[in-house]
Design a protein around this ligand. Structure first.
Ligand SMILES: C[S@@+](CC[C@H](N)C(=O)[O-])C[C@H]1O[C@@H](n2cnc3c(N)ncnc32)[C@H](O)[C@@H]1O
Length: 204
């Protein structure tokens, strides 16, 4: 196998393992006309670049840093498979996403199973920009209680739903949500209703 084939196989194997998220990224991008995104804790999930022209990936794991050393080969694959007219622009930053980043504000931040990404990186999100996150580590919960964000939707079976949102982030028996515990345990609470992905708009 050539080096390029190896790299793409690594991505495709990872994509098979985590479940193909292209449709998820596609629906969000279409709805919010996303041209640029930041993906802290991306590991090697480069699927956003298939539907978003400019994506900045951040990860401090050695395996991810090694994968992105082949960014030219990754870019060749994206250019061949991308769904947009614009040029593709891919960047990778191999560092802790909590550290200062020298980047322009983006339209979308992607937070998937990688800690409190929304909290750590919201300053790089444009006002009006969107945070796509799950609650695996409690990132959606912290965003819900963050005045910088407005809860605007959930995604179910790759469809955006923006009505009856009051059914989410509600505890059984109307118990209070303990944000200190969420931060300590890095785990979202067990709500009455929960979904795989949540959408927040940055309002400040
Ligand atoms: C469970 S993986 C999820 C990867 C990818 N988001 C996905 O959903 O397939 C978490 C990734 O986040 C990265 N990560 C966690 N905390 C980080 C931090 N503070 N800075 C940079 N990367 C981080 C890890 O190195 C790892 O690659």
């Amino acid at each position: 196998m050539s080096k390029s084939e190896n790299i793409i196989k690594e991505y495709l194997d990872y994509r098979n393992k985590i479940g193909n998220r292209i449709e998820l990224y596609r629906v969000v991008t279409k709805r919010f006309e996303t041209l640029s995104a930041l993906y802290p804790g991306s590991h090697i999930d480069i699927s956003p670049s298939l539907v978003i022209p400019k994506v900045i990936y951040i990860d401090n794991f050695n395996g991810a840093i090694k994968f992105f050393k082949n960014i030219d080969l990754i870019k060749d694959y994206i250019v061949e498979n991308k769904e947009y007219e614009e040029q593709c622009d891919i960047a990778f930053i191999g560092q802790d996403y909590n550290k200062e980043l020298d980047i322009e504000p983006v339209d979308l931040i992607i937070s998937q199973y990688a800690g409190f990404v929304g909290q750590a990186t919201k300053r790089y999100l444009k006002a009006g920009g969107i945070l796509l996150c799950n609650d695996s580590h409690g990132d959606a919960t912290l965003s819900y209680f963050d005045d910088d964000f407005e809860f605007v939707g959930v995604i179910v079976n790759n469809r955006i739903i923006d009505t009856n949102l009051e059914n989410y982030f509600t505890m059984p028996k109307s118990k209070d949500i303990d944000l200190i515990k969420v931060k300590e345990k890095m785990k979202g609470p067990k709500y009455v209703s929960s979904v795989e992905n949540y959408l927040f708009r940055k309002i400040k």
